[in-house]
Design a protein around this ligand. Sequence first.
Ligand SMILES: Cc1ncc(COP(=O)(O)O)c(C=O)c1O
Length: 226
Amino acid sequence: MAAIFVEPIIGGNGVIIPPDGYLQGMRALCDEYGILMVSDEVMTGWGRTGAWFAVEHWGVSPDMITLSKGVTSSYFPLGAVLVNDRIAKHFDQNVLSCGSTNCAHPIGCAAASASIDVYQQENLVNNSAVMGSLLYEKLLELKEKHRTIGDVRGKGLFSAIEFVEDRSTKEPLDDLGPAVKLLREKGFWTMNRRHILIVAPPLIISREELQESLLILDDVLTQLKL
Ligand SMILES: Cc1ncc(COP(=O)(O)O)c(C=O)c1O
């Protein structure tokens, strides 16, 4: 049987959000041709995008979801795969003949269980959605103000700012290194992928903390004339 793997929002290349209909179309093609749809939610899972899993934004049910990072809040290394009933039932009768040294590690599973409790008790998926809207609004304001911002995009607390030399040609800005360094010195921890700055604060962030951090970002861009 064939399978197709998809990151519903591509993280590593700069938070690329698919157009509406893209994932639904992929689901329909998978159904038509009997292909399993596997959603890689290693980055996007566990509330990062303002929903438990990013596929929910488009009402799509994959056959499998791969998970890591947020499953334990990243306090302990753990990966997991969610499967639908049809696949799960297959393994009621068949052995899954693979293994790994740390499979079902008790500390990893305990960390996952505790993290999920906190996500629920502290309503963090909703916080990601609400703070994410504010974040996106503020990023649009920064785009108005700073000439090198070519694009901003985001869902929940998973967002990116794309820096360009020239908005009309979209030529990428050469070097974001000094900006990332200065941001860190001022307490704004982030990472860049070439000319793209990833902005993905913790799900517990408050409105005040978000506003404070975006002021730092604004200051740094002003200081570096970006
Ligand atoms: C989207 C995505 N998929 C898969 C992986 C690989 O996950 P792991 O390191 O848990 O094997 C990563 C790692 O960063 C990732 O970001």
